[in-house]
Design a protein around this ligand. Sequence first.
Ligand SMILES: [Cu+2]
Length: 317
Amino acid sequence: MMWFNYAQAQSFMPTEGTKIASQVDNLYGFLLAASFISCVIVIGGMIFFVWKYRRRTETDKTAYITHNTFLEFLWSFIPLVIFLAVFAWGWNIYHDMRTMPKDALEVQVTGKQWAWEFEYKSGVKTGNLLVVPVNKDVKLIMTSKDVLHSFYIPSFRIKQDVIPGMYTSLWFNADKLGEFHVFCAEFCGTQHSGMLATVKVVTQAEYEAWLIEESQVGMLPLAQRGQKLFQAKACASCHSVADASAKVGPSLWQKFGTKELTEEGEFAIDENFVRESILSPNAKTTKGFPKGVMPTFQGQLNETELSALIEYIKTLK
Ligand SMILES: [Cu+2]
């Protein structure tokens, strides 16, 4: 039953990226239409009766009506049938959503303040980027390093709490190529709204090529590894690297080896300055930028990764 064609009305609902998404939208469309029709019948009926049975003279008396069995049966039975149908319809979709497929591609997901980490069976790890093949069952096995998060892909109409100390799971089968948003849907701290990731749905061949490429990252030169990390950790959303323009944070272009005027004084931008800025961003803050905006990356980067980032920043000229 197709009540609204949401695929065409993209401003109303996010793009449908799975079969379940269309099923959810059909149900939602039915609920909307049924609610609207009921509203018109009830409110319209009320207004009509208020007008029809209005008091016409000073001595007007209300007719004595006890009940009408036929009408009472109808207005109880018809809604009951509709409600039970909606229940069965919803239960059916929810059952599909919560029944994990066998032979799925399993990906480990870790939520942390404030990023999503993905780890594939082969050991490939990504930050805020989930790459999956199209038309393939994917199962996410999720946990949290710190507080409650919630993994939410609006286009797939799936959402699940991510809880420290236990695993929860989600599955989907994306039938559209493209990129889709992932949100954290559980308030988890100051940068909660920035806890975003992307699901990239690619062909099976592209997926396999990507996996191979990613598994060779460890063999890349440090600066190139740093560049990949810079993308994976979404540093570029706050720091420009190709020009001197300021974003949320100061630009990193042509910065290494110069001096930085901070709220705490002037410092040379060397390896230790960059290291401290990544691990304790509030220790020294560039003049003109507020404190407390950049989250710490303490515990999220190992020594090699820190060196890789520093080497990458050195190349920005
Ligand atoms: Cu979160």
